[in-house]
Design a protein around this ligand. Sequence first.
Ligand SMILES: *[C@@H]1O[C@H](CO)[C@@H](O)[C@H](O)[C@H]1NC(C)=O
Ligand SMILES: *[C@@H]1O[C@H](CO)[C@@H](O)[C@H](O)[C@H]1NC(C)=O
Length: 225
Amino acid sequence: MSSYFSCCIVFLSVICFCTKICSADSDNLQDTCPTSPPGKQTIFINGFPCKNPNSTAAPDFKTSKLTEPGNTDNFLGSAVTLVTAADFPGLNTLGLSIARTDLRVDGMVSLHSHPRASELFFVSKGIVLAGFIDTKNQPFQQVLAEGDVFVFPKGLLHFSLNFGYDFATVFSVFNSQNPGVVEISGAIFQSDLDMIDRMTEGFLTHHIGNLTLNKRQFRKLNPII
Ligand SMILES: *[C@@H]1O[C@H](CO)[C@@H](O)[C@H](O)[C@H]1NC(C)=O
Ligand SMILES: *[C@@H]1O[C@H](CO)[C@@H](O)[C@H](O)[C@H]1NC(C)=O
């Protein structure tokens, strides 16, 4: 009898564990819970409080924040517009968010990670090189054409760069309403250009250089390095 119970307990713990690792955010407990409009916050909870269900309406479930390209007139030549439950009320409690990345011809999104979400990376226009590094420091990268999808596993450092001769646009979907961004250049080096140069060069030599691009090709694509 007792072995039957211990079997049950082991079985239940395995189910609990699997459920936990499969769902990034906690499950929603009602149909909808659009983010309540920002006001003076007096309580702090995991996520956002819901709007009064009586005033929930269809526009809560639509966003037009990704229709326009972002401004790529910066030194990385890229713009990332991330829409989370804070900006898009309908996403609250659904464990989803979305982003648009615009890359000009020599543009790149430097190494960063999302601590709370995996990312599906869908190329809508152009040619993009995308890659991530796993915890054994092994690089995985692919050249993506229009319609291709790549996945960046949760928490792993990844990057993307325009690999073609035209503007590129990518849409990303995250399995968290608030994926978070950790940028190693921003966090450690405070936009120290020299440091970013050295870091990216090291990354290139160890990871990209050997696999797809040599440093001269990369330099041509990306004048900051
Ligand atoms: C929603 O509307 C119903 C009917 O008008 C009302 O009885 C209820 O109190 C309202 N709920 C809230 C939370 O305002
Ligand atoms: C680079 O290429 C060489 C020769 O093909 C290979 O032995 C080495 O493991 C590669 N290094 C990386 C980091 O992929």
